[in-house]
Design a protein around this ligand. Structure first.
Ligand SMILES: [Zn+2]
Ligand SMILES: [Zn+2]
Length: 137
């Protein structure tokens, strides 16, 4: 594994490093994750909070109670708005990193899907859609 694991937001203002084991990733189909990501679902990677540190910038947090009843704080870059990670008092020993912020995306190993009761029909890419190796024309 690359050590430390590094990641950052779209503009590079918020940067983090991590020295622990990269936990399993979960897809979340809940409505809050859909709105937060602006996409069909979130992919969160579990990291140990004690081995995680912000090394650049200061993320802004937004706290909301989810459908589970648990309070979640979603941390994002105040400059470019990229969602970066989620923390929750109920899971105080972990943060849930947005998989797409990792510099090395091969570290992401999805293990399960949650809140499929809220999943949208367009969460999967239909195999027969016209596809392009680069920008769609
Ligand atoms: Zn940013
Ligand atoms: Zn969710």
């Amino acid at each position: 594994m690359t050590n430390p694991v590094r990641g950052h937001c779209l503009c590079g203002h918020v940067r983090y490093e991590y020295d622990g084991p990269v936990g399993p990733a979960s897809y979340c189909h809940c409505e809050d994750c859909r709105r937060c990501t602006g996409s069909a679902f979130n992919v969160g990677v579990r990291l140990e909070v004690a081995k995680f540190r912000i090394v650049g910038g200061t993320p802004k947090g937004f706290t909301k109670r989810g459908d589970s009843g648990n309070e979640l704080t979603r941390h994002f870059c105040p400059e470019c708005g990229s969602p970066i990670f989620t923390s929750a008092p109920k899971h105080s020993e972990h943060v849930f990193m947005k998989a797409g912020t990792l510099d090395d995306p091969t570290l992401v190993a999805p293990a399960r899907e949650a809140w499929t009761s809220s999943a949208v029909s367009w969460r999967r890419i239909a195999p027969d859609l016209p596809s392009f190796r680069r920008a769609a024309t």
